[in-house]
Design a protein around this ligand. Structure first.
Ligand code: BGC
Length: 448
């Protein structure tokens, strides 16, 4: 039964066509991806930075205890990870702290000092001898121009970080200085890596067919295993014939945008950048939906009891709210209503909630399909005829906690790749940015 008015249906129909992304667009997107990938690998201007990670797949035999630090979202984590040399990695201790809000807009020094003091508390809480020697793997989930596996210059901050400096500086030096500041001369930062790289490395520690790592969480990005000879911008010799490349696909600019995307971009901390990320990742999907709902309020298409004050606040609606509403299949959407009341979005009628659910679906389905098209593009770049199996390690809250996402990505892969979609497998790889950092530290400790 359709309980919506003609005007409401008309608006939603138009929204669907604005957010449409069909399998017939994939060839074109793949072409654009390949063009940008090629340029990025050659060091020419490109929306894909294609950053060499100076690390290849691990052998699975790496062994020992390593410290890992994971910085890149709203939380900071310090971990002690043990590798058994047989493909198993175990987190022995972990400390998770949320990064205080004010640090998102201060100087980088404040943030790195905070990391160092969190490591200090981690040592105290876990009764680790302060002078114990450790190699540390640092997962730093921002675009970094790596100079080697243990050095790299920050290109820019993303995901709403508005830190006033740091771009152009060596991230390993920044963290090492802060560590020295608290007297940790015994901790050596031997690996600097992106979270996508950690995810690929963690999965391939036990499974060599993994050749791609993807994050679909607060931000989005991917890395894959490239033939070293194809990275034509690489000046240094690298000991392996393959190297992981961090694509920084969040900045891809080949998808067409709607007025809502453009408005979100204009009001972001980094207009004109990370355009793909702003269409697909957890930090933005709620906001994108909110902008659609604001337009509906303006056109008087939601009931007048809906709390406008909630919807008028930027970034108030979160992607996890969308997931909860989207998974309510009851006729009156009662679970959704309870949740909306809890977050302060009061006064919705059943038809308002039907509209909300539909809007969330439209925004999320487009995102999932765009991710699928990006995956297809990268897999076809690695293996044009799809002759091999490709295991893709995926991590991130959106992928993990929004079941519809995974389903839609897989459906779309099936639609486009047909039979061959059997060759492209996605697997949820938890904690690549912790365990993967330790494995990378083990690999690179040997190399440097
Ligand atoms: C960053 C990437 C990171 C991704 C996922 C993006 O905003 O630029 O480096 O991998 O978020 O965390």
């Amino acid at each position: 039964m359709n309980i919506l008015t003609d005007e409401q249906n008309e608006f939603l129909k138009d929204l669907v066509s604005q957010f449409k992304f069909s399998a017939s667009s994939v060839d074109n997107i793949a072409q654009k991806f390949h063009f940008e990938m090629e340029r990025g690998l050659a060091g020419r201007p490109s929306s894909l930075k294609m950053l060499p990670a100076y690390v290849s797949q691990p052998s699975g035999k790496e062994k020992g205890k390593y410290l890992a630090v994971d910085l890149g979202g709203t939380n900071l984590r310090v971990l002690l990870v043990s590798l058994d040399g047989e493909g198993n990695s175990v987190v022995e201790a972990v400390k998770k702290v949320s990064i205080p809000n004010e640090m998102f807009s201060r100087e980088s020094r404040v943030l790195f000092d905070f990391v160092a003091s969190s490591i200090e508390s981690f040592f105290i809480e876990n009764r680790i001898e302060r002078t114990c020697k450790f190699d540390l793997g640092f997962t730093f989930s921002f675009p970094v121009n790596q100079l080697s596996v243990n050095s790299g210059k920050l290109i820019c901050w993303t995901k709403g970080f508005a830190i006033t400096d740091g771009a152009g500086e060596d991230v390993v030096e920044l963290i090492s200085n802060s560590l020295k500041g608290v007297g940790f001369e015994n901790i050596k930062v031997v690996a600097l890596l992106n979270d996508t790289v950690g995810t690929l490395v963690e999965e391939s520690y036990a499974n060599a067919s993994c050749d791609m790592g993807v994050i679909l969480g607060t931000g989005s990005n991917a890395c894959y295993l490239e033939k070293t000879r194809r990275i034509s911008k690489l000046k240094e010799n690298f000991h392996s014939k393959n190297m992981i490349v961090n694509m920084e696909w969040g900045n891809f600019n080949g998808y067409s945008s709607t007025t809502f995307d453009r408005s979100l971009d204009r009001n972001s901390t980094n207009p004109g950048e990370q355009c793909f990320e702003k269409m697909v990742s957890g930090m933005y999907l709620g906001e994108l939906s909110r902008l659609v709902l604001c337009e509906m309020i303006e056109r008087k298409l939601l009931s007048n009891k809906v709390s406008i004050s909630f919807l008028n606040q930027a970034n108030k609606l979160k992607t996890e709210d969308m997931a909860i509403v989207a998974s309510d299949c009851s006729v009156s959407l009662t679970t959704a209503e309870e949740h909306l009341c809890r977050i302060g979005l009061l006064g919705t009628s059943v038809s308002d909630r039907v509209i909300l659910k539909r809007v969330f679906e439209v925004v999320a389905v487009r995102a999932a399909r765009m991710i699928a098209a990006a995956l297809i593009s990268v897999v076809l770049w690695m293996d044009r005829e799809l002759t091999e199996k490709h295991l893709i390690a995926v991590d991130g809250t959106v992928y993990e906690k929004y079941p519809m996402f995974k389903r839609n990505i897989e459906d779309f892969l099936g639609k486009y790749l047909k039979e061959s979609s059997r060759k492209v497998l996605l697997t949820l790889t938890k904690d690549g940015s912790g365990k993967g950092a330790a494995i990378t530290a083990a690999v690179s400790g040997k190399d440097i």
